[in-house]
Ligand binder design. Structure first.
Ligand SMILES: Nc1ncnc2c1ncn2[C@@H]1O[C@H](COP(=O)(O)OP(=O)(O)OP(=O)(O)O)[C@@H](O)[C@H]1O
Length: 668
């Protein structure tokens, strides 16, 4: 094992030469690079801090974890530093790339069992170490299993790893929702009692299936569907018929990981003793079997990227239509869990599709046959209702988990929690659509994008697609939503709001005869902003009244924020909120106006010009202008302070580490 502390990696971008791109993640691009002073090839992960919105805390955590861990099967960072608005993380270069890349380019049907056993044993050793040190990885998947040219296996990407032993905020952060849906354990989706390191064991089981088949279970489905299928269906597994090429012990090992009740899953330590891992071989075996003959990583990555770009172009229209419809309707269905039966049926009809069953479903069918007799009547001892928390009670689904409306009714009725909560982290569902303030605070603590929502869940996606990224920016704190998680309350809200679903501005135009300033629909005077079915009220937003919304500004009316007794500090959050909302809303409004006018066959240009005039209305009073300038200044200084704190913290962590290693050496 290489002792990185023995080498001093420079903390200056000038000392590195970036070569080709070798990987790309959600938040970063990875390059092969040369560390010039040490004449060493490294990988550098470049994260654009400006694009990371609120997630600086998450990044800091990832880098800290990466620099502090010390295990041969975990990818450690040599060092990290900021370069402009980027964070550079310097780490060992893993020339084989990720298992996902290798499968995509050369093993689309998955690996042979001894290869899988060898890979998984190394991953499991990493998990044993992480769990023993109080960490949950939370993103175990083939894409995060990297292989070196000598066959060494390392688990990467601590972007979402959490510390189990932390007290306070970070401990609570385990109640927030992060991860990748196909690999995500049911308890993580449910957010009912939080989760622990057993969530990694589930992901490990899914990863085993991924390595065996070349893809994760349910991977062909849109994320929303994956969530519902994971919760509703019996756990995926290796099929005794279809997966004949795999041993019984492999099937059993996967079976012990993919148990819905986390308590029944083994610990990583216990799992490592499973007979399946006796099939594991040496690093050299991996080199001989899967690495020899592979093209250089950069070339493979380029080819894959080009292929994916082609596919995207070919499928864009189809994919977007289908997935967006599915996701939109799924959100509607799930959030309306106190549903109206008729409404639910029409929603269920919308999410049905004609997909052919995926690789996991024959297995499901088989299990179901055992549970139901030829007439479809439940066999003795089996249940006719869908459950989401039992491994022994499979669902009635036929093709995609949604095919029977009766089934969907019962499964939604049996959801143990506010299911929309389970979706928020992944799919840009606003906190506000889900939760009360305290949960939002947790997410802030965790550093996740607090907003995630465009606030436009009811807006036609086609009108917004281009803006998705932009719209998911921060909305800044201190807004509350008229929901407290109470079922009846939500139901009442849902009913009233549902009548208003559809483009916000369209609704406003229709209701108020083109009067954009009129945001409220008249049913609730204090409502100043709608976020999907929920409303932000003036009373909740701040003590300052209804115009504390972007729309107050848009309308050019008096902002009404300036209660003489208020301190600047107390109105800062509101002003920040307005500023950020304003720019987002501007884009949204223009987009929506165009959309509405196009649908009505009207001239879009005049409408756009009109709305642009409105948007450019400056703050009405001198005091407002002053405050506006102050807010901007304060935001700038906060930004640079945050950066500075960030830098200092990183330095601290590095110093701490150096001290530790010096202390260790002295002890030795
Ligand atoms: N040290 C490395 N050597 C070689 N390739 C690497 C290295 N680190 C990462 N990669 C490649 O780059 C890809 C993206 O890296 P990484 O997973 O760290 O980014 P990310 O933004 O955190 O991704 P995600 O969140 O999607 O998992 C990896 O899947 C892997 O293929």
């Amino acid at each position: 094992m290489e002792h990185v502390s023995e080498k001093r990696f420079p903390l200056n971008a000038k000392d590195y030469k970036l070569y080709e791109e070798v990987g790309e993640g959600v938040s970063a691009t990875v390059y092969r690079a040369l560390c010039v002073p040490l004449n060493k090839i490294v990988a550098i992960k470049v994260l654009d801090l400006e694009k990371c919105n609120n997630d600086l805390d998450g990044i800091r955590r990832e880098v800290q974890t990466m620099t502090l861990i010390d295990h041969p099967n975990l990818l450690r960072a040599y060092c990290s530093f900021t370069a402009g608005h980027n964070l550079w993380v310097v780490m060992p270069y893993m020339a084989g790339g990720s298992c996902l890349h290798i499968m995509k380019s050369d093993y689309p049907e998955g690996f042979e069992e001894p290869v899988i056993a060898t890979l998984l044993r190394e991953v499991l050793k990493a998990l044993v170490y992480l769990h023993a040190h109080g960490h949950i990885h939370r993103d175990v998947k083939a894409g995060n299993i990297l292989i070196d040219s000598d066959g060494m296996v390392k688990v990467a990407d601590f972007g979402v790893s959490a510390c189990m032993f932390d007290a306070g905020d970070r401990q609570r952060s385990r109640n927030t929702f992060v991860g990748t849906p196909c690999w995500m354990a049911p308890e993580v989706m449910q957010q009912l009692h939080g989760y622990d390191f057993k969530a990694d064991i589930w992901s490990f089981g899914i990863t085993a299936l991924e390595l065996a088949h070349g893809h994760a279970p349910f991977s062909k489905y849109p994320p929303m569907k994956v969530l519902l299928m994971t919760l509703q269906n019996a756990p995926p597994g290796l099929d005794y018929e279809r997966d004949k090429r795999f041993s019984k012990s492999f099937k059993e090992m996967v079976g012990t990981c993919l148990v819905k009740d986390p308590k029944k899953r083994p610990t990583s330590e216990k799992l490592l003793k499973h007979p399946f891992f006796k099939h594991a071989r040496s690093y050299e075996y991996l080199t001989k079997t899967i690495l020899d003959g592979l093209a250089p990583l950069g070339d493979r990555f380029r080819v894959l990227k080009a292929k994916e770009a082609d596919l995207l172009v070919q499928n864009k229209a189809l994919y977007e239509d289908k997935e967006q419809l599915s996701q939109k309707e799924y959100i509607r269905g799930i959030s309306a869990w106190n549903f109206n039966l008729e409404d639910l049926k029409s929603q269920a009809a919308l999410i049905q599709d004609d997909d052919t069953p995926n690789a996991e479903e024959p297995d499901m069918d088989k299990k179901l046959k055992n549970k139901y007799n030829d007439n479809g009547v439940p066999a003795e001892g089996s249940l006719a209702v869908t459950t989401n928390d039992s491994d022994a009670k499979p669902t009635l689904d036929k093709e995609d988990g949604f095919s029977d409306i009766q089934d969907l009714e019962s499964s939604l009725a049996s959801f143990p929690i506010k299911p929309l909560e389970a979706l928020k982290g992944c799919f840009d569902i606003g906190e506000d659509d889900v939760n009360n303030g305290s949960q939002r605070d947790l997410d802030q603590d965790y550093g996740r994008n607090e907003n995630g929502s465009s606030g436009l869940s009811s807006v036609p996606q086609s009108a917004l697609t281009e803006h998705k990224k932009y719209l998911s920016g921060s909305l800044v704190p201190d807004k509350k939503v008229v929901t407290d998680g109470d079922r009846d309350y939500l139901q009442a809200k849902y009913n009233s709001d549902r009548n208003h679903s559809g483009p916000l501005l369209y609704r406003q135009k229709r209701d108020s005869n083109n009067n954009l300033a009129s945001v409220d629909d008249g049913s609730e005077g204090a409502v100043i902003q709608r976020k999907g079915r929920f409303k932000v009220t003036s009373a909740d937003l701040s003590p300052k009244g209804p115009s504390n919304s972007a729309f107050g500004l848009v309308s050019g009316g008096s902002i009404g924020l300036l209660n003489q007794t208020s301190t600047v500090a107390s109105i800062l959050p509101s002003l920040q909120f307005i500023l950020q909302q304003n720019s987002m809303q501007r884009e949204e409004i223009i987009k929506l106006i165009k959309y509405v006018e196009q649908s009505c066959g009207k001239n879009t240009e005049s409408a756009e010009a009109g709305i642009l005039d409105l948007l450019q209305v400056p703050p009405a009073t001198n005091r407002e202008r002053e405050l506006h300038a102050q807010v901007i200044q304060l935001q700038q200084s906060i930004g640079s302070l945050v950066e500075e704190v960030q830098r200092q913290k990183m330095k601290n962590a590095q110093l701490e580490k150096q001290l530790n290693s010096m202390a260790n050496r002295v002890e030795e």
